[in-house]
Design a protein around this ligand. Sequence first.
Ligand SMILES: [Zn+2]
Ligand SMILES: [Zn+2]
Length: 136
Amino acid sequence: MLSPGTYLKLRRQAAGLSIEDVAAMVHTAPRLGEIDRCGWIARLESDVAALSPDVIAALSDAFRFSRRVLIQLIDARSYGDAIDQPQICIICGCSNQDPCVEERDNSCCDWSTPDSCTACAPAPTASPTPPANKEA
Ligand SMILES: [Zn+2]
Ligand SMILES: [Zn+2]
C-alpha cells in the first residue's frame, strides 16, 4: 500500500517535475525560501510534513494527481485497512480517477496487473510473444 507522500512523489515524477520545479511553482504554501521549500516538499513526500487541505490545494496547482485518491490514502494511514483503498499503479501513481492518457489517440491506460498500469507495464496478453528465431 502506498503512503500519501509516496503517491505524491510518483505523481510528481510522472509529471516530469523535480522537487525544485514544484518548489518554484508552489506559492501559497508556507512562506519559505526556495531551499526551505525543497526540504518541505521532500518532507511531504516522506510523510513527515502534514498534508493539510491548503497544502493539497497548493500542490494540485503544480502537478496532476487525484485529491480523492490522496485523501483515501491519508485516511487509510490513519484508520488502517478498514478503509476502502484505491487502486494505484505503483510505478507512475495513476489511478482510475487519474489515468495516464496516450497522446497519440487520447486513450486511457488500463490495469495490466493489480498494481501496475498498461502505460507502465504492457498487459501480458496484449503483446504476443514473437516467433522464436532459429539461430543458424
Ligand atoms: Zn502506471
Ligand atoms: Zn497509468
